[in-house]
Design a protein around this ligand. Structure first.
Ligand code: FEO
Length: 163
C-alpha cells in the first residue's frame, strides 16, 4: 500500500527536523572547537553523524513505501552559547521536542491506520529514550561541575572517548 499524502508530508517534515538537529549539533561542535573543549566538540560531531543517519532512515522508508522525498530549507542554528551547560541544556530541550514530534507521528500513523509506519516509528521511539538519556546525563554532570575547570575538562575527556 502506497503511503498517504498526510503521512508522506509528516515524514518529510521529520527529515527536515532531523537535518536541523544535525546542523544544531554541528554548530555546537564548532562552538566547542573554538573554545578548546575538544571532547565536547568530538561528541557533538558524532551526534551530527547520528542525526544524518536518522534523516536517511526516513528518506529510505519514504521510497520503500512508494512516496516522494521533498527537501526544504534547514533553519540556521544558534552559533554561540554561554557555557557547556548552556549548550547541552539546549540539546536536551531539543531532544525532548523531537520526542514530541515522533510521538505525534505515531498518533498520526494510528489515525491513518498505517500499521507499517507505526512499526517503522518504533525504532525512533526507542532511540529518543536513549537520546534524551544521553543529553540529560551530560546536563546533570555539567550542573554538578559548575564553574570548576578541572571537573569540566574531566567531562570533556570522557565525552571525547565517544565511539
Ligand atoms: Fe534524531 Fe537526536 O534525534
Amino acid at each position: 500500500m502506497v503511503i498517504s499524502t498526510k503521512i508522506e508530508e509528516a515524514l518529510n517534515r521529520q527529515i527536515n527536523a532531523e537535518l536541523y538537529s544535525a546542523y544544531l549539533y554541528l554548530a555546537m561542535a564548532s562552538y566547542f572547537e573554538s573554545h578548546t573543549f575538544k571532547g565536547f566538540a568530538h561528541w557533538n560531531a558524532k551526534q551530527f553523524g547520528e542525526e544524518q543517519g536518522h534523516a536517511m532512515r526516513i528518506y529510505k522508508y519514504i521510497f520503500d513505501r512508494g512516496g516522494r522525498v521533498s527537501l526544504d530549507a534547514i533553519a540556521a542554528p544558534q552559533k554561540e552559547w554561554k557555557s557547556p551547560l548552556d549548550a547541552f541544556s539546549m540539546a536536551y530541550d531539543h531532544e525532548q521536542k523531537v520526542t514530541g514530534m515522533i510521538h505525534s507521528l505515531v498518533e498520526l500513523a494510528r489515525a491513518e491506520k498505517d500499521t507499517a509506519t507505526e512499526r517503522f516509528l518504533d525504532w525512533f521511539v526507542n532511540e529518543q529514550v536513549e537520546e534524551e538519556d544521553h543529553a540529560r546525563t551530560i546536563v546533570d554532570k555539567l550542573t554538578l561541575a559548575k564553574e570548576n575547570l578541572g571537573a569540566l575538562f574531566m567531562i570533556d575527556a570522557e565525552l571525547g572517548r565517544r565511539e
